[in-house]
Design a protein around this ligand. Sequence first.
Ligand code: NI
Length: 177
Amino acid sequence: MSILKVARLGHPVLRQITATLSLQQLQSGEIQKFIDDMVETMKEYDGVGLAADQVHESKQIAVLEVADNPRYPEKPKIPLCVLVNPKIAPLTDETEDDWEGCLSIPDLRGQVPRYKSIRVQALDREGKELDFVAHDFHARVIQHEWDHLNGKVYLDRMRDLSTLAFLTEFARYWTHS
Ligand code: NI
């Protein structure tokens, strides 16, 4: 497995709509290895999710996992999940604001409104159909990654930029323990 280079904001690949994969493409050795590399890259940089275009491949693949993550220590765990060609739909209009960061936008955090509950339809890495409901932080991570696959970043979703903060200032002024 290899650790892949992460595209940073300004790289045009982050603003493209990614391509869907056929079952045959998904099941190829090349894409299966790429998915392994995505998972390794996400873990290496303590991400809770990674979209393929963040590692310069404009394809509809996202990986997510929340284990013991130093960047998000207080968040509930999410088992490792690979989403291919995902579609999402909000279950209600209810949204919630919470902090997000992004490996493609280093050192920053901002508050982003997201739907609290969504339905997710996708393929897993073997091509099996997934259809499930995600809530709260789980739903937030999926919406963030789905945005990447559609050429958007979390800054586009902020109500305004007044909460945008560097990590040091975020820790100093926006968290309390
Ligand atoms: Ni991101």
